[in-house]
Design a protein around this ligand. Structure first.
Ligand SMILES: [Zn+2]
Length: 313
């Protein structure tokens, strides 16, 4: 497909709607930014005008002291105009506030999924299916057959040894809150402690109406003396925890390579797996599909003899 027929121009610094100044998830300051969610590889500070969901704005205000000039926060499923183009946010199920970005242009409905997942996660707004003509989907885990087991099953590994503590690496935003909720729900006898860098996001989740259950900020003395504690820390801090006598180490991630060297395996991901990607493409009914993030070879091969035209953006 010719470059100028693509619905978005991928620049390496975000995505630009052709013949406009509208950017989606720009990674350097622009005049007008539409932001899908608050993760650092999608949101940066310094834009003149930002459109994002209310909860994404809350998180970005916590991350950045002055994150944008004007911040406009439409409700999910509410149409809003950006430079004359009608847009809409639909829940993406990836983390608090995350959105699929929908817009109508040239007689076609477009859906930029952003990061998304379809597994159950009561700590964020649930993924919503929407039909579109053009689907731009993330393909972070588009390896044929790649499956994320249900998080509710994976978390039970922490209950196998009650006479020890756990130190678990997890992204501070999204994953750490999901883990806290899962442990409270399924292993309520365990005590969740979180790193101070994570606790501020826990508070925003709770202020936004998403209860996480019992948790406290890490307390060294309690952790040293007790058993049955789970200490959740940012992945970068996990490296400083060498194997210890009173704790086992784990990393909550869908990436197999990040499980290497850990004492327990915790394959919990906030992205769609292979089947979720195929289901989303099917339910969108889009005949024009573009992939972003990750490896696209397997999924492009999968649709080789189908009416769906699929290519990398
Ligand atoms: Zn993300």
């Amino acid at each position: 497909m010719a470059e100028n027929n693509k619905p978005l121009i991928a620049t390496g610094q975000g995505y630009l709607l052709p013949d406009s100044e509208i950017w989606i998830d720009p990674l350097e300051p622009v005049r007008t930014a539409v932001i899908s969610h608050a993760h650092g590889d999608h949101a940066v500070p310094g834009h003149a005008k930002v459109y994002c969901t209310k909860n994404t704005a809350r998180l970005l205000r916590a991350r950045f002291r002055q994150f944008a000039g004007l911040v406009i926060t439409p409700e999910y499923n509410e149409t809003f105009e950006v430079d004359g183009v009608p847009f809409m946010f639909i829940p993406a199920g990836h983390m608090l506030g995350s959105a699929q970005v929908i817009w109508d242009r040239n007689g076609k409905r477009h859906n930029y999924t952003g990061d998304f997942k379809r597994q159950q996660d009561p700590t964020c707004e649930a993924f919503q299916v929407i039909k579109s003509d053009v689907l731009i989907t993330e393909t972070t885990f588009a390896q044929k057959g790649k499956e994320h087991p249900p998080a509710g099953e994976s978390i039970l590994v922490l209950g196998n040894n009650k006479n020890i503590n756990y130190v678990i690496g997890a992204y501070s935003l999204g994953k750490a809150q999901r883990l806290t909720h899962l442990i409270n729900q399924l292993l309520p006898e365990m005590k969740v402690m979180v790193h101070p860098k994570i606790s501020r996001y826990h508070k925003i989740y709770e202020e936004s109406g998403f209860s996480l259950g019992e948790w406290s900020v890490y307390h060294r003395q309690i952790f040293k003396k007790a058993t049955g504690c789970v200490y959740i820390i940012p992945p970068s801090v996990l490296q400083s925890y060498m194997p210890g006598t009173n704790f086992l180490r784990g990393m909550a991630s869908g990436w197999d390579r990040l499980q290497a060297g850990m004492d327990i395996v915790l394959p919990i991901s906030d992205h769609a797996d292979w089947n979720e990607l195929l289901l989303t493409i099917a339910e969108s009914e889009a005949k024009e599909v573009y992939t972003i993030h990750g490896e696209s070879e397997a999924i492009i091969e999968h649709y080789k003899n189908s009416p769906i035209k699929i290519s990398e953006l």
